[in-house]
Ligand binder design. Structure first.
Ligand code: PMP
Length: 349
């Protein structure tokens, strides 16, 4: 990577991946959490998400292994951000891309992939992963049928977690001068938390690694009981985190605790990050920050907490940043006049 400090010209946009800013949280946690809270703002990557890091790593490892050959087709089941990273790298490196995704994903995410020339196949959300209609099954079938194609397989591909072991973890360590005491990150494929968490624990085994999960996902119960409970699985609104199966990239031994956050709390907090910190963050950033607040009593003033903000708010303009959508979901309670409106009108109680 040549986006390192001091490098003036990137040879391609891929060299601009990584070395994202670490920003102090000033408003949301003030008076609530004793610790220093920092966010790793991954929206600064070229595809506006952390997933650029692992997308390029998966491609380059596949090239080295001879699995992805010149002129080949990259296939993946992706909720959007991994697709974006793969699509950018495919443009630069001359590959074709076909993505399968679910009908739950933001239209903006799908359109953004198409902007890079990718084909996107939208599949139903509410079917089992083994169902032939699921976005996992469809991508596997395409890989079997299309010659010279390679499936990135972000859930089980070890290059995913390795990217974060090599980049995200060391950046967090260096940016905090080794003072980080807690890492808080949403868990989807597990690549971020497993890779960055493993690196940080190797540097300092006392660092706590806390995963953010969502209601409707199996992770928290599996971590706490060792039971894979299908009853935990139901459709949810939160995007990018939680799963209905156990990907190889989730190393439960690296993760000390899972915290579940509701769809509503995640959506409301997503908006607060933008309005109170000026950081245009995506939905899983809201989950992570809301989860952090749920855990507020665990910190001292000596603690340095790093929260990963995985993606950008622009992908959620029609959802969490849209008042009508929020009201329709029951996530915005204030429908009439607020107290401030009444005061402004001179109405007193
Ligand atoms: N947030 C968003 C918006 C994501 O797209 C993802 C990736 N699915 C995650 C969080 C979780 O990251 P990881 O897959 O590395 O666990």
């Amino acid at each position: 990577m040549s986006n390192a400090p001091g490098v003036k010209i990137c040879n391609t946009i891929l060299d601009a991946i990584g070395h994202t800013p670490m920003v102090r949280v000033n408003s949301i946690t003030r008076g609530v959490i004793a610790a220093t809270v920092l966010v790793k703002v991954e929206t600064f990557n070229p595809g506006n998400s952390i997933k650029d890091r692992m997308a390029v790593k998966m491609i380059e490892d596949a090239e080295k292994a001879g699995l992805l050959k010149p002129g080949g087709t990259i296939i993946e089941g992706t909720s959007g951000n991994t697709g974006m990273g793969l699509a950018i790298a495919a443009v630069v490196k001359g590959y074709k891309c076909i993505f399968t995704t679910t009908d739950k994903q933001s239209k903006e995410k799908v359109d953004a992939l198409k902007a890079f020339g990718a084909d996107v196949i939208v599949c139903p959300t509410d079917v089992d992963p083994e169902d032939p209609r699921s976005y996992y099954s469809v991508s596997s079938r395409l890989q079997r049928e299309i010659p010279n194609s390679w499936k990135a397989d972000q859930y089980d591909n070890p290059s995913n977690a390795t990217a974060h072991y090599e980049q995200t973890g060391p950046e967090i360590w260096e940016q905090t001068d080794g003072r980080v005491t807690h890492l808080v990150s949403g868990v989807g494929t597990g690549g971020t938390i497993t890779g960055a968490g493993r690196y940080l624990k190797e540097r300092n085994p006392r660092i706590k690694i806390w995963g953010i999960d969502t209601y409707g996902s199996v992770y928290k119960k599996y971590k706490e009981t060792g039971v894979f409970d299908k009853n935990e699985i139901y459709p949810y609104i939160t995007e990018g985190i939680g799963e209905d199966f156990l990907p190889a990239n989730v190393d439960f031994s690296v993760i000390d605790h899972f915290e579940k956050v509701t769809d509503k709390d995640a959506a409301v907090m997503t908006r607060r990050i933008t309005r109170e910190e000026g950081i245009f963050a995506g939905n899983s950033a809201g989950s992570a920050m809301a989860g952090l607040l749920q855990l507020k009593d665990n910190f001292t003033s000596d603690d340095v907490v790093v929260v990963v903000l995985h993606d950008h708010g622009s992908r959620y303009l029609a959802k969490m940043y849209n008042d009508e959508w929020m009201r329709a979901k029951g996530f915005l309670e204030v429908t009439g006049m607020t107290a401030r409106d009444l005061v402004a009108l001179g109405v007193s109680g």
